[in-house]
Design a protein around this ligand. Structure first.
Ligand code: HEM
Length: 88
């Protein structure tokens, strides 16, 4: 499967919840935020609150104006898909 076109389940997403390996999802798109952690203006700890999760509501609560799609353009991993027995 070509990188950037992966279908990622919530179970797979949840595995990436460490400072050394952190993914999060916003509006159905999954990003590898590991490289961005040191640059996040709110600090790595704040950004890690969304790690391994669908962080859409958290993101919207804090700063809906931030253009995450642009910032994380090169960090795109794939699309979040619903958990189903056939996929997981
Ligand atoms: C600022 C939290 C995700 C980009 C902040 C601040 C907090 C925060 C508390 C305010 C820092 C301050 O003013 O002292 C969070 C949380 C996230 C998250 C809990 C979990 C989902 C992201 C993502 C991006 C991002 C995914 C971009 C890829 C920024 C930017 C600012 C900022 C650009 C500065 C915004 C401004 O001042 O208008 N964040 N953040 N954050 N964050 Fe996040």
């Amino acid at each position: 499967v070509q990188a950037g076109h992966l279908a990622i389940t919530p179970t797979e997403l949840a595995k990436h919840n460490k400072l050394s390996d952190a993914w999060l999802s916003i509006r159905g798109r999954v990003f590898n935020i590991t490289a961005y952690l040191p640059f996040h203006p709110g600090g790595p700890e704040e950004l890690m609150r969304g790690a391994g999760k669908d962080a859409t509501s958290l993101f919207e609560e804090v700063h809906p104006w931030v253009n995450y799609e642009s910032i994380l353009q090169k960090c795109f991993v794939g699309h979040l898909v619903p958990l189903s027995p056939s996929k997981d």
